[in-house]
Design a protein around this ligand. Structure first.
Ligand code: SF4
Length: 378
C-alpha cells in the first residue's frame, strides 16, 4: 500500500477541509473562455479499481496516523498527530488526509470538473466503497455540469444520492443564452434549468455558482436579470457568487486584449449584483465565499435577507469616491475583508499608502492595476 494518492488541482472554497478523491482527470468540456484551470490537459475517466486503490491509500495513511496517536499516548485522538503532520507533511496527499482528519474526517470531495460524467453504476460503486472504507465520511460532494445533469435519468441521480452523494456544485455562471454562447459554456439556459431541476428533484443538495461581471460592459443587464430568472426556476439550496477574474491562459484574456470583451469596473459589477439580487425570487441561501468578491458580506437566506443584502450594496454605493477607492484597493490588496473595516484607522492608513504607491498621479489607481491585483486570487 502506498502513502500517496492522486490529487486534482481544485476544489470549491467550501470544501477546504474535505478529503479529495480524484475520480476523473481534468474537464470533459474545457472550452469556457473564462476558465484556465484545465487548458491544455486531456480529460480522462479513471478506472474504478484505480480510484479504489487511492481510497485504500487514504485508509493506510489514516491507520498510520492512528497508530502514531496511540503510541504518543493520545488514545484514539488522531487530531493531535494530524496537527503535527500539517506543519511538515511528507507529501500533498498526506497533508490532505491530515487536514481532513484534523477537521473531523467527515467530508469528501470528488474531483475534477464533472464527476457526474462517469457511468452511474461506476460512480455508485466508488461512493459505496468510499463510505465502507472510510465510515466517518457522512458527506460527499462534487462538481458537475448542468448538461450532464440534464441527461441523467432522475432514477440515476436518486441512486447516487442513496449511495452517498450529498451535494453537487454546478458552474451555472450565467442564465443568458447569448452570453453562454459567447463564453463557449456549452450549455443553454434551458439545459441549466433541466439539469438543476433534476438534481433538486433527486434530493441531492445543489449549489449553483454565478460569475459576477461575466456580462462585461455589453451584456451586464441581461446577465443579471436572466441569471436570476434561471435560478428562480431551479431554486437551488445555494447560490454562490464569484467575481470574474481574467488572466493569461484564458481565451477571454485575448478577447480583452483585442477589444471584443470590455471588462466592468468593481463599481459596475456591484451595480450588476444589485440588479441580480433584486430579481431573485427563490428560497436559496446566497453565499459569497470567494476572495474575488468585493463585498463578501453579501450573504443570506432568500427571500427574508434580500433587503439586508441590498442595504450592504447601498452602503457601499453611498460612500464618497475617495472612500470607495480606499475600500476597492484595500479589498483587492487583501487588506480589508469587510466594509466595516473602513473604520479601522490602521488598515485605512495602510491602504492610503498603497494608493500612493500604486497610482500614477498620486491619488487614482487605474483599472489595470486593480485587475492585476485580482489575478493573484485565482
Ligand atoms: S466546464 Fe468548468 S472546468 Fe470545464 S472549462 Fe468550463 S468552467 Fe472550466
Amino acid at each position: 500500500m502506498t502513502d500517496s494518492f492522486e490529487l486534482g488541482p481544485i476544489r470549491p472554497p467550501s470544501e477546504a477541509y474535505s478529503l479529495l478523491i480524484r475520480v476523473t482527470r481534468n474537464c470533459p468540456w474545457n472550452r469556457c473562455k473564462f476558465c484556465h484551470i484545465y487548458k491544455g490537459k486531456k480529460f480522462e475517466l479513471r478506472p474504478v479499481e484505480e480510484i479504489k486503490q487511492d481510497i485504500l491509500a487514504v485508509k493506510a495513511i489514516q491507520d498510520r496516523l492512528k497508530e502514531t496517536a496511540w503510541k504518543a499516548g493520545y488514545g484514539g485522538k488522531v487530531e493531535e498527530v494530524a496537527a503535527a503532520i500539517l506543519n511538515n507533511p511528507p507529501n500533498e496527499a498526506f497533508f490532505n488526509v491530515a487536514l481532513w482528519l484534523y477537521y473531523g474526517g467527515t467530508s469528501a470531495f470528488l474531483q475534477d470538473a464533472n464527476s457526474l460524467i462517469m457511468r452511474t453504476n461506476e460512480l455508485v460503486e466508488v461512493l459505496r466503497f468510499l463510505k465502507q472504507t472510510l465510515p466517518t465520511i457522512t458527506r460527499v460532494t462534487s462538481y458537475a455540469r448542468s448538461k450532464t445533469a440534464a441527461k441523467k435519468k432522475p432514477e440515476e441521480l436518486v441512486q447516487l444520492r442513496e449511495a452517498g452523494l450529498s451535494r453537487l456544485h454546478i458552474g451555472l455562471e450565467s442564465g443568458y443564452d447569448p452570453l453562454l454562447e459567447y463564453m463557449d459554456k456549452g450549455v443553454t439556459a434551458a439545459e441549466h434549468i433541466k439539469g438543476g431541476k433534476n438534481i433538486v428533484a433527486s434530493g441531492i443538495s445543489l449549489s449553483e455558482y454565478v460569475l459576477l461581471g461575466l456580462g462585461g460592459e455589453k451584456m451586464w443587464r441581461e446577465h443579471a436579470t436572466e441569471t436570476a430568472k434561471v435560478l428562480n426556476q431551479i431554486d437551488p439550496d445555494f447560490i454562490r457568487v464569484r467575481t470574474l477574474t481574467i488572466k493569461a491562459g484564458m481565451p477571454l484574456y485575448d478577447e480583452v486584449k483585442n477589444g471584443n470583451f470590455i471588462r466592468q469596473t468593481d463599481e459596475e459589477i456591484i451595480e450588476g449584483e444589485k440588479l441580480f439580487i433584486e430579481n431573485l425570487d427563490c428560497q436559496s441561501n446566497l453565499i459569497s465565499d470567494h476572495i474575488t468578491n468585493l463585498l463578501q458580506e453579501i450573504e443570506g437566506k432568500l427571500p427574508e435577507d434580500k433587503e439586508k443584502m441590498l442595504a450592504t450594496i447601498a452602503r457601499f454605493q453611498s460612500l464618497s469616491p475617495e472612500e470607495k477607492q480606499n475600500f476597492i484597493v484595500g479589498r483587492r490588496a487583501g487588506i480589508y475583508e469587510r466594509l466595516d473595516e473602513l473604520n479601522n484607522s490602521l488598515k485605512h492608513d495602510s491602504v492610503e499608502q498603497a494608493i500612493q504607491r500604486l497610482s500614477h498621479n498620486g491619488n487614482q489607481v487605474d483599472e489595470e492595476t486593480i485587475h492585476s491585483l485580482m489575478e493573484r486570487f485565482i
